[in-house]
Design a protein around this ligand. Structure first.
Ligand code: ADP
Ligand code: GLC
Length: 502
């Protein structure tokens, strides 16, 4: 093996401490996979008030107590505490940055009462980005690579190349910024730039439409930028709609943009060893899946019928996820011989829409508004079809989980969904799911109907389920790609002489 690297991995959510979506799953699994390749990797996240010190064995580090971290003209106190992410085979060190004023709240980014972003999210993550750097200095641990994820951590590369650029301890650290979702950029009014302490002269460069834009700043300052699937990497660079206004910025960095597909932690997401489901199963014991289907329907008070497929969704209820299409076609969908189950939480307009659907079709629909890890596993195991009609999808994890559970995905052909689901061909018996291209209710309905016609043929359906269950999206392959990138960044650039072609 090449030399072992030191990596600091920054994320605003990590399973099992805090989760709103797939980033938390990635931040749990990827560091373990990188460590398994022989590298020293540590993770750091904010210590939200609901993270129990006792439950997770989080302890103080005397040296890292009450550090002074400037935010605007205030000096805030930050303490870093430590514990471990405990996987099946590997333990990864994790640091938590604590400040009660910023993090002792019941949400991560959104106030649960008003359902709006905390008004001081700019300060909360300026504090985090600076706090990370101060922690490293106090700790005396110098990573070779700092791997940032999303806008909440995107200012770290900017700080390293501006206010900390002459700090000998930090010199030579390379940065990677992974974009998990370009729809969330950390956009704040110009005044909040003052709180960052960054030099005035960079504002015009990193601002977007006159606003302070954390993600844009990170894209411009990180040494490389990655996103979570090859197709999404292309989409966000080539279309301004997918790039949410930042495609031109990304194009400037084109040479340094990579798409690396997320993986699945099969020790957590696999029906064989899933501690949340009543009857474990695998490809050989596929019939046991139906015991889980019974349990799922019972949970929602619906009747079991082996000829009626359960179509399910587990999702943040956000515009990204395609619930406008569901609203558009729900009455048509309900004419089909299906049962429909949704687990989700998010924007009130979608929560209300789903509650209305449940009221209108009580015998066919089950809706659980809320966040439940346990129910998410039961749905993966008990459903027949998994819907992801996303407007855009950087990677998407649930379709990959579904494949392993023999739950056939019906997805829009975009981003990571296009990279992980292959159209089933009943003639050849190849393929793993059903895709539609145009963001339209009619096309979604067509794809769903195609799935239902195959469902009627039990033999073809079992073949389709098995094709999916045999797919392997383990993290190991993706972790190797990240390590290759880190190594490339740390290799001194040789000056290559380009031969001129006449
Ligand atoms: P995103 O990160 O855009 O939300 P992903 O498909 O990458 O989408 O990941 C979503 C993750 O969050 C999955 O692990 C999924 O099971 C989980 N999830 C989403 N909503 C809920 C919910 N309401 N309850 C439990 N888990 C949820
Ligand atoms: C984001 C994306 C999702 C991706 C996840 C983890 O939240 O919306 O597609 O799978 O991050 O990378």
């Amino acid at each position: 093996m090449a030399q072992s690297l030191n990596i600091l991995f920054l994320s605003s959510e990590v399973v099992p401490f805090a989760k709103t979506g797939g980033l938390a799953d990635v931040s749990f699994a990827l560091p373990q996979a990188i460590k398994e390749l022989g590298h020293e990797i540590r993770v750091m996240m904010p210590k939200y008030g609901f993270i129990s010190e006792r439950k997770f064995g989080i302890h103080e580090i005397i040296r890292l107590r009450e550090m002074d971290i400037p935010v605007g003209d205030k000096l805030q106190k930050g303490s870093a505490k430590a514990s471990f992410i405990v996987g099946q085979k590997i333990k990864v060190q994790i640091y938590f940055l604590e400040n009660d004023f910023y993090y002792n709240r019941d949400g991560l980014y959104v106030d649960s009462k008003t359902k709006t972003d905390y008004p001081d999210n700019d300060e909360r993550f300026i504090f985090f980005c600076k706090g990370v750097i101060e922690t490293l200095k106090k700790l005396g641990w110098r990573p070779d690579i700092i791997h940032c994820n999303d806008w909440q951590t995107a200012l770290v590369p900017v700080y390293l190349k501006t206010i900390y650029k002459d700090d000998p301890f930090l010199s030579g650290i390379k940065t990677v910024l992974t974009i998990h979702n370009i729809g969330y950029q950390g956009v704040f009014p110009k005044e909040s730039f003052l709180k960052s302490g960054l030099p005035d002269e960079i504002f015009s460069q990193i601002s977007h439409n006159g606003n302070f834009n954390f993600l844009k700043a990170g894209i411009l300052y990180a040494d490389v930028i990655t996103t979570v699937s090859p197709t999404y990497a292309k989409e966000i660079m080539t279309s301004d709609e997918y790039g949410a206004g930042l495609s031109a910025t990304l194009k400037k960095r084109k040479k340094d943009v990579y798409g690396i597909l997320n993986g699945v932690d099969y020790s957590v997401w696999s029906p064989e060893n899933d501690k949340f489901i009543p009857v474990p199963y695998n490809i050989q014991t596929i019939e046991s899946k139906y015991e889980n289907k019974k349990a799922l329907l019972k949970y929602f008070g619906l009747t079991y019928d082996e000829n009626i497929p359960v179509v399910a969704q587990i999702s943040r209820l956000a515009e990204q996820k395609g619930f406008d299409l569901i609203a558009e076609i729900i009455d048509e969908m309900m004419k089909l011989d299906i049962q429909y189950i949704v687990l989700g939480t998010g924007e009130p307009r979608y929560e209300e829409m789903l509650e209305r659907v449940k009221k209108k079709y009580p015998k066919k629909v089950g809706v659980h508004i809320g966040f439940s890890e346990e129910l998410a596993h039961l749905i993966e195991a008990g459903a027949d079809i998994f819907l992801m009609p996303s407007r855009y999808e950087p990677c998407g994890l649930n379709q990959m989980y579904s494949l392993r559970y023999g739950t056939v995905p019906v997805v829009r052909k975009t981003g990571g969904l296009a990279d992980t689901v292959e159209e089933f061909n009943p003639k050849t018996g190849r393929g793993t799911g059903f895709l539609f291209e145009k963001y339209s209710g009619t096309d979604l309905l067509k794809a769903l109907k195609k799935a239902l016609s195959v469902y009627k043929n039990k033999k073809a359906w079992i073949k389709l389920m098995k094709n999916g269950m045999m797919k392997d999206f383990s993290w190991n392959a993706s972790a190797k790609k990240y390590v290759e990138l880190y190594e490339k960044l740390l290799t001194p650039q040789k000056k290559t002489r380009t031969a001129k072609v006449k």
